[in-house]
Design a protein. Structure first.
Lengths: 463, 463
């Protein structure tokens, strides 16, 4: 898809693929009401093309031969007050595969084109209904796996990130206007307070961009999930803990399909966070079987990727060299939590020894059997995450955002440096223009078709 | 679920499970507008509970704290002009798992109950919006796998089966009224033309019931799919044909014999029919490996279940005892079609020999490589089916329908026999009442909660 048209009619099934109560087929473009009209016999005997905006009509969807296909509800939206800004018809039919295919097929046979992925949202963007970061938020919202990621996506979609970005652009514009107005004066003639004012403006816009950039990694964790890995010597009950943790949240887990990336990884939600919990092969000091060796390599890899490591110790037996061995393999920059498992049995592990190894890292006594300590564990995990997540205003969510902001930041740095070195303002403004241009690319005021292709190709068809 | 309430509010996600552009959450019951209202901030600043019927409202779905969850469209339907006959609110949100779960969760936390499977349609039935066969057609429509099954389901949903059933009931009622009016007269006093008239009525209603019953098996094939099985000695190219018919590489094709051990089944649509195509392990006379033996047992089972058998012969080699062996294993009551494969190579099979075995059963020369003969094959398969499918008016679709009609038919037979034997009409009418009762159960004029439970438990939640 390169240059795509805006003035033709497009249609697609907008609901998820599969059988369900309802499916919705969305049609957008000039003339859709007239085009859909012959396929619809309203129970009210009124014409679709006469229908008022934002009204719903009940009737039969029929073939040209008059053969009914389904009983449907047809929703009418009129330009410009629609999702795409064009006339839009949404056909809500029964959610069967044959029936939706049939209805879509009839529409596609009458001058309507099948929509490309994300094309409805692309039209909304081109019609100025939302900026590019908002369009991207639509995708984040659909893919959101937890309350936190949902929250960020809806805030971005509602335009609060756009507002912050607009503020940055406004400040850059003001600074530029200021400078361009002063261009006629030689640098040394600039009044001190004018210079100070400009210096303050530089500082303000720099701080805003910096704050946006610092939120990026945090956001990535929220969107893509926090890796929590269970590790320990063999037979300390890692897998029982793994299962018990999942069991506790079975409903939540089953609501998150296709999130598992590895046979040993399961998704769950802990206090609103999307967590990817990993079980690992036991870490042993002298693997003999090649399969054990492979398992250990994978465990070490999982440890390196993790954000939080749960180091499991069997509390019912004395501390062993093997436990020390496990601990030594955990990268020390990770958040580490010691789990003293089997708390339903008498405690025989030497806590002092453990402490000498773990330092003041938190530890929890718990039992996969009795579920003792599970609440505390979840609170602790969420605590780690909340520490990382402390909010600092608006947040960017995409690598694209980060790169555009970094370009803007770098151009701004150069401009500020030239300004400080008291170079003529002519040498300062090009960098400021570049910073502004980067910001405009970020929000999509400036865009290439290629960029739109990349962004919208990630969308599902029908959005 | 036993006795379920009608006067409370229910909600469920009505669209298929998964990620997509749109998801729809349906809410029904008295008071839903007032209940959903606090969660919705309309962009038009109007109140949901004041909204006109059949209108759509754009706004934000919010938590009680005011935190936005999504931008949504809310559709308002008012009793009795809604699917369930009650006030209905449909919330069309972004089709993400977290966002739909969140919105549903908020509704369920405010006095709305999660709907049971099929409960919306159950309410529609209880409100008299559709009869029981129409409610069942909703499910058929959603599960329809081909244009034919879709056609039957929509006809049934539109009420044309209901109309025929009503005619049967009307005729039974008329016959009963006739008889009860004549009860005062001794049998021998009935005028000849009155008796002839009754006899004619018996015949008419009997014919109608019989015609409905005869459509049942046909319909089952249309709905559940026609089993077409590929069979042949090893290495005649069954799997290549299977793949070529599916137009993708589902079966593992290799030059080695016995590659296929499990009957593979794939669905496809041939000229509007839903076909379940099966590939099988080659039938050999002396299986040596136990796995081959198992494969053969499965092949024989697949053959027994099939409606159509495609017997594949390699046309590029002479006819063998092994081919004869295969043919002998095909149950002779099946529709059998000989496929002379590899028509791209010189023909070396002896057609006379084949004929002596196959008789006048149709045969087609075809090639999985060049796709020669494929059109003919599809026409032939559809031809078999169309023979079976010749339409004779309205069609019942469920075992429940069949059983009710059989009960009605049997009661009618007894009534007619008593009438013929000139028994007093008092002995005739109880059987007629029973026939009528069966018909009423069929359409749901008479029903038990248990029956509704069985019927609606097959539905998806949200329908």
């Amino acid at each position: 898809m390169t240059k795509i048209e805006m003035d033709d009619m497009i249609a697609a099934i907008a609901t998820p693929f599969g059988e369900g109560g309802i499916a919705v087929i969305r049609v957008s473009g000039p003339g859709v009401l007239k085009t859909v009209e012959p396929f619809f016999v309203s129970h009210e005997e009124s014409k679709l093309s006469d229908a008022a905006a934002n009204t719903i009509h009940w009737g039969k969807f029929i073939e040209t031969s008059g053969l009914p296909i389904d009983q449907v509800l047809v929703s009418i939206f009129r330009a410009p007050r629609s999702y795409t800004g064009q006339d839009v018809v949404e056909i809500s039919c029964h959610g069967g595969l044959a029936v939706t295919k049939k209805i879509l097929g009839l529409l596609l046979g009458s001058g309507i084109r099948h929509a490309e992925p994300g094309e409805f949202t692309r039209r909304a963007f081109l019609a100025g209904k939302l900026d590019l970061t908002q369009a991207e938020a639509v995708l984040d919202l659909i893919h959101a796996k937890s309350d936190r990621s949902l929250e960020i996506a809806i805030r971005q979609l509602s335009g609060s990130l756009s507002k912050t970005l607009q503020e940055v652009k406004d400040e850059l514009l003001r600074l530029l206007a200021h400078m361009e107005a002063s261009l006629d004066f030689p640098e040394e003639d600039l009044e001190v307070d004018v210079k100070t004012g400009m210096q303050r403006q530089f500082g303000s816009v720099r701080a805003k961009i910096h704050s946006l950039l610092s939120g990026f990694e945090r956001n990535q964790l929220i969107r893509e999930g926090i890796l929590v890995t269970l590790v320990g010597k063999p037979n300390v009950g890692k897998s029982s803990l793994f299962n018990a943790l999942l069991e506790r949240d079975r409903a939540l887990v089953s609501d998150l399909p296709h999130t598992t990336r590895d046979p040993l990884e399961e998704a769950l939600e802990i206090k609103g966070f999307y967590v990817r919990l990993r079980d690992t092969a036991g870490l042993i000091s002298t693997p003999e079987h090649p399969l054990d060796k492979m398992g250990m390599d994978r465990t070490l890899e999982a440890l390196r990727e993790s954000h939080v490591v749960l180091c499991v110790v069997d509390g019912s037996v004395p501390f062993e060299e093997a436990d020390r061995h496990v601990f030594n393999h955990i990268p020390k920059d990770k958040k580490i939590l010691a789990l003293i498992n089997k708390s339903d049995l008498p405690l025989r592990v030497n806590l002092t020894e453990l402490e000498s190894l773990m330092g003041d890292r938190p530890r929890i006594g718990l039992s996969a059997k009795t579920r003792e300590g599970f609440k505390e564990l979840e609170t602790k995990i969420a605590g780690f995450l909340e520490m990382k997540m402390v909010e600092t205003g608006e947040q960017i969510t995409k690598l694209r955002h980060k790169k555009a902001l970094e370009r803007a930041s770098e151009a701004l740095r150069r401009a500020e440096q030239s300004f400080r070195e008291k170079l003529s303002l002519e040498f300062v403004t090009p960098d400021l223009h570049e910073a502004l241009e980067s910001m405009r690319e970020l929000t999509g005021e400036v865009y290439s078709e290629d960029l739109l292709d990349v962004i919208f190709s990630e969308f599902c068809i029908g959005k």
